[in-house]
Structure formats: C-alpha cells, structure tokens
Design a protein around this ligand. Structure first.
Ligand SMILES: *[C@@H]1O[C@H](CO)[C@@H](O)[C@H](O)[C@H]1NC(C)=O
Ligand SMILES: *[C@@H]1O[C@H](CO)[C@@H](O)[C@H](O)[C@H]1NC(C)=O
Ligand SMILES: *[C@@H]1O[C@H](CO)[C@@H](O)[C@H](O)[C@H]1NC(C)=O
Length: 401
C-alpha cells in the first residue's frame, strides 16, 4: 500500500508539472535583443499570439511586447486594452504592419463605441491613456509590437483584445470572422501576473477549458476503459497473474489522479463563471468523482480471494466500474457540446471508443473460447476450478456452467 500511495504522489507531481509547463510555453521564448527581459508572459488563447510584459508599480506603467507568429507581409496585427468594454468596440489599439515603403509601421488607434465602428479601418489617433513609446519589428514569420503604456489609474486588470487581418494598400481591412478571430479577447492583470509564482500569468479561460477537457478525456475517457479491459481479459491468462492486477491498479490509479485534476479544473471553471448553466455536466461530473473515489477506497477494503464476501465485492466493483465508464462517455459528449472544439477532436474520441470497442469484442470472444476449452479439458467437475484463484476464469466458469 505504501508503494501505491507513492505512485499516486508521483503522478500528482507529473500532472502538476504538465499543467504548469503547458501554461507557460511563452516563457521559453528569448528575444533576439538580449536587453529585452520581460518578467511575465501569457500565451494568448487564440491566433498564435503572446503577450510579454514588465509592470512598474512606482509609475503605474507597463512595458509590453505583443508577439504574433505566422503573420506574413500583407497582414496587419493589433493588440488592445478595452478599458470599459470587452470586445472590439471601445478597444484602444496598438497596430502594426509592413507598409508600401517596406517599413514596419506601428501606431495607436482608438476604436469608437458606435455600431458603425465595426467598419473601422484603424486610422491613427491618440488612445484614452498615454503611450510614451511604440515600435514594431517584423521577421519572415513573426511580428512584435513593443510599447510602453501609462495605465489608467486605480486598476491593473483589464480586458484585452487582439486581432490580425489583411491590408488594402496601406490601410488595414476587415479581419476574418473565424472562431479564432471572434474569440481573441480575454483578461490580463499586469500586477498579479508579475507577482505570480514562477512568473506565470493567469491561464486564459479557454486554455483552462482545454486543459479540463484533455485531462478528463485522457483520465476518465481513455485510461479507465483501458484499465478495465486489462483486468477483464488479461486475468484469463494464468501467466499474467498477478501482473494483470498491478497493471490494472496502476492504470486506474493514474487515470484517477489525472481525472481528478481534470475534474477539479472543471469545478473551478464552473464556480468562476457567473453565468454557468451546464448543470447536467457538473452533476454527472460530481457523481463520477464520488464513484471513482469509492473504487479507489474499495481497493483497500477488498476481501481475500477465498473470503465469502469476495463475490459480492466483485459484483459491486464491476457494477460501479462499468457505471463510471458509461457515465464518463456520456459526460464527455456533454462536454464536447459545451466546449465545441474543432470537430476533429470529437471524431478522434469516437475513433478511440470504436477501437476500444473492437478490441474488447475480439478479446471477449477469444477469452470465452479459452475458458470453454479449459473447461472441456477439465471435464465436468467444475469445483476443480474454484480453488485456482483466477477470478475471471472462476466467474466465467460459473457463467458458462
Ligand atoms: C532578467 O531579469 C531578471 C530579474 O529582473 C534577472 O534576474 C535576470 O538575470 C534577467 N535576465 C537577463 C538575461 O538579463
Ligand atoms: C517607470 O518606472 C520604471 C522603473 O521604475 C522606469 O524604468 C520607466 O522608465 C518609468 N516609465 C516612465 C514612462 O516614466
Ligand atoms: C511606412 O512606415 C514608416 C514608419 O512608420 C513611415 O515613416 C512611412 O512614412 C510609411 N510609408 C508610407 C508609404 O506610409
């Protein structure tokens, strides 16, 4: 049991390293100018964009570097704070593009708040706060805007918006309305980002949702069914005893740890959202957490193989286990409906389910064949099998009898 808890601890560590490293890939970036050194950064959740900054509390200014990768010549990029709103209207923009003189032109442009301002061509103009410096540099596959902002007083947390679109001559034209272009906004807190441990910024909400989705699909949706398949089919082979048991425990406990990490991010997402309305998804999630926890603790209460309650324990373990798998699959599809990721992710998961289904069906047929052959060999004395200690064999022999 000591080993078991050590394994769990180790997996917890792995999961937290995974979460924190995936949240900070911008922190591996080195600016080619060595004098540039930003203490904080965040991977913006859309459009291959990254925001790096240093916040100076003394004069309430922030030096930012907004990097946009994959923006080629003939495109404009923009990053903005929206002081009183949260989308495009009212955004106070920093804009850059390579103009017809092959120079990188960087300037500020405020967007008005009337509905006609959706048609803005990002004309140059002063923002509602001071921007003492702005410039931009461009390489073949990346453009970066460097600027210093004098932040509006009394706050450090703002909505920010960023965008990328085509040029018409030397004038920015309308950006595309793909989901990435429509969802490129979020919050940024320049002070807490800097103060956060390890220099990590707050993880954008969409990223949290994606982490939640990936952890749960991997933990509950893939590893748990695989662990069940291992237990059900491997144990039929005498040579795999007791290896199947340790594999099963290792698989399910890592699935549980990853799954609980995913579950916790989900609960946090729900409680952080004032408009959370996915009660079915949350309630199934809570039931799953309870059942999954019950399974882990049931392991500690497992009667010995020849104990008279062992059969009841097995029945309980199967019923709860299969219920968890079925509820998980239902809830993952609920999650796909809520998060609406690109269709390929849902299809990929359906593919995994079909694959596992086919594997399970083939193994079901094959192991029944083995069990029946063994039974035939052993003659009609079914009590001869009772003592051999291989559960699946035992159960199936009873089923087959
Ligand atoms: C960047 O700044 C931090 C603290 O401000 C400092 O510890 C670090 O050495 C700097 N790195 C470089 C490469 O200048
Ligand atoms: C704000 O303060 C920082 C350091 O305290 C300094 O480097 C920077 O030049 C100041 N910015 C302005 C616009 O005064
Ligand atoms: C291109 O941008 C540079 C730098 O901002 C500017 O000096 C120049 O006038 C611009 N050229 C045109 C044609 O707008």
């Amino acid at each position: 049991m000591d080993k078991f808890f050590k394994t769990i601890l180790f997996l917890c560590l792995l999961v937290s390293v995974f979460i924190s490293s995936s949240a900070q890939s911008c922190s591996n970036y080195r600016f080619s100018n060595n004098n540039l050194n930003y203490s904080t950064c965040t991977d913006l959740p859309q459009l291959n964009a990254f925001l790096h900054w240093n916040y100076h509390q003394a004069n309430h200014t922030v030096d930012i570097a907004y990097r946009h990768t994959g923006a080629t010549s003939g495109r404009w990029i923009a990053w903005a704070l929206n002081i009183n709103g949260n989308g495009m209207l009212g955004a106070q923009c920093l804009v850059a593009f390579t103009n017809s003189s092959s120079l990188v032109h960087a300037y500020t442009s405020p967007i008005g708040t009337g509905s006609s301002d959706y048609g803005t061509s990002l004309a140059q103009g002063p923002l509602s706060f001071n921007v003492p410096s702005i410039r931009a540099v461009s390489t073949s596959n990346e453009m970066t805007i460097f600027a210093t902002l004098e932040l509006p007083s009394g706050r450090t947390s703002f909505n920010n918006v960023w965008q990328e679109g085509p040029l018409s001559g030397d004038t920015p034209a309308a950006h595309s309305t793909s989901s990435a272009n429509e969802n490129s906004f979020g919050r940024v807190d320049f002070a807490t980002g800097e103060a956060g441990s390890g220099g990590g910024a707050t993880i954008p909400r969409l990223k949290k949702k994606n982490i939640h989705g990936v952890l749960n699909v991997v933990g509950w949706g893939i590893m748990m069914p695989v662990g069940a398949i291992i237990a059900r089919y491997l144990k039929v082979f005498k040579s795999a005893d007791p290896a199947w048991f340790y594999l099963h425990v290792a698989c399910q406990s890592s699935a549980y740890v990853i799954g609980v990490a995913g579950w916790a991010t989900g609960i946090k997402l729900g409680s952080d959202s004032p408009t959370f309305k996915y009660n079915t998804h949350r309630n199934i999630g809570i039931v799953l957490f309870c059942l999954g926890t019950l399974q882990v603790f049931a392991l500690l209460l497992r009667p010995k193989k020849d104990h008279k309650f062992r059969l009841y324990w097995n029945i309980y373990h199967y019923v709860v286990g299969y219920t968890v798998i079925i509820l998980t699959i239902i809830n993952i599809f609920e999650g796909f409906d809520i998060l609406k990721p690109a269709k390929k992710w849902k299809n990929a998961y359906i593919g995994v389910l079909i694959f596992l289904g086919v594997v399970a069906t083939l193994l079901e047929a094959f192991t029944w064949y083995i069990v029946l052959m063994r039974k035939k060999k052993a003659g009609s004395d079914k009590h001869a099998h009772v003592g051999n200690g291989v559960n699946g064999y035992h159960t199936r022999t009873q089923q087959a009898a």
